[in-house]
Design a protein around this ligand. Structure first.
Ligand code: FES
Ligand code: FES
Length: 161
């Protein structure tokens, strides 16, 4: 009998996991959603960030059972078909990534940052909000540029809906 039922990227899933299973391992090992990365397993790097009910969460800090009944979105669920999410497009266009390891978590955090702050974002606010996400490659400059660019794109996309 599956003991954890939740929605992942819009689809209902039911999985049988041990009580100690972390959400990140449910996603990667049971659902094969390997875009969510494990960088540290100690809640520091942010590579594992997903959304639970629309809010960014480090999935290595959440038991799978704690996510039961919630709606989880991973990086695989962000694009609409072939159309990248505005945050993904902004990271691509502003060279906001190099090796890409931190990028899924960085993007999931950044979408939540824009959703919560809307037009009230500037460079220092973005840098503050991204303190929980570590990038070893980029020096952060282009990541910050990407998030500020995406904030404008997301506003336009919302206005067009
Ligand atoms: Fe979760 Fe690093 S793997 S914060
Ligand atoms: Fe390599 Fe961020 S792009 S760790």
């Amino acid at each position: 009998m599956p003991n954890v039922e939740l929605t992942v990227n819009g689809k209902a899933v039911a999985v049988d996991v041990e009580d100690r299973t972390l959400l990140v391992h449910l996603l990667r090992d049971h659902l094969n959603l390997t875009g969510t990365h494990v960088g540290c397993d100690t809640s520091q790097c942010g590579a594992c960030v997903v959304h639970i009910d629309g809010r960014a969460v480090k999935s290595c800090t959440v038991l799978a059972a704690q996510a039961a009944g919630s709606s989880v979105t991973t990086i695989e669920g962000l694009a609409r078909g072939d159309e990248l999410h505005p945050m993904q497009a902004a990271f691509r266009d502003n060279h906001g990534l190099q090796c890409g390891f931190c990028t899924p978590g960085m993007i999931m955090t950044s979408v939540d940052v824009v959703n919560r702050n809307g037009g009230e974002l500037d460079e220092s606010k973005v840098r503050h909000e991204l303190e929980g996400n570590i990038c070893r490659c980029t020096g952060y400059h282009n990541i910050v540029k990407s998030v500020l660019d995406a904030a404008g794109r997301m506003k336009l996309a919302q206005a067009a809906e």
